[in-house]
Design a protein. Structure first.
Length: 145
């Protein structure tokens, strides 16, 4: 009989509940990443006229983030061979060659990769003074946001 009354007592226990609200927060920070393809003017004869080419920067910025893609500050870029000979060239944000890459191009991030063209130009007659050889330069592509 004692066992039966213990079982009856256990089944009549009721539970109470209390609650509180928990606030959940998240701060999404602005961020950008950039990668860029190589720019190659190819193999040219010294009597070649103006040479143009392009490269593509892939920029990914947080959605709604305004950014500006530029190149490191240089009034004139120089390709150089192992002997110190130089060939000047210019970088532009537009195919017409009117907006220097140092001025940059402004965009707004979408959260996905955006492809931005960078145009290169070697002026006519520039190659006439260049000795045969392989010329190279390294340019920093910058994203300000």
């Amino acid at each position: 009989m004692l066992c039966a009354s213990a079982t009856t007592f256990a089944s009549t226990i009721t539970s109470e509940k209390v609650s509180a609200n928990m606030n959940v927060y998240l701060t999404v920070l602005k961020a950008c990443t950039v990668s860029v393809s190589d720019m190659n003017f190819g193999s040219q004869f010294s009597n070649a006229g103006e040479q143009t080419t392009d490269a593509t920067a892939s920029v990914t910025c947080t959605q709604g983030t305004n950014y500006k893609l530029t190149a490191d500050a240089a009034d004139e870029y120089m390709l150089e061979d192992n002997s110190g000979n130089k060939v000047s060239y210019a970088l532009y944000t537009d195919q017409a060659g009117k907006i220097p890459m140092t001025t940059g191009t402004a965009e707004t991030g979408t959260g996905s990769a955006q492809q931005v063209k960078i145009y290169g130009k070697i002026a006519a007659n520039t190659l006439k003074q260049a000795p045969a050889g392989v010329y190279k330069d390294t340019v920093s592509i910058l994203v300000d946001y």
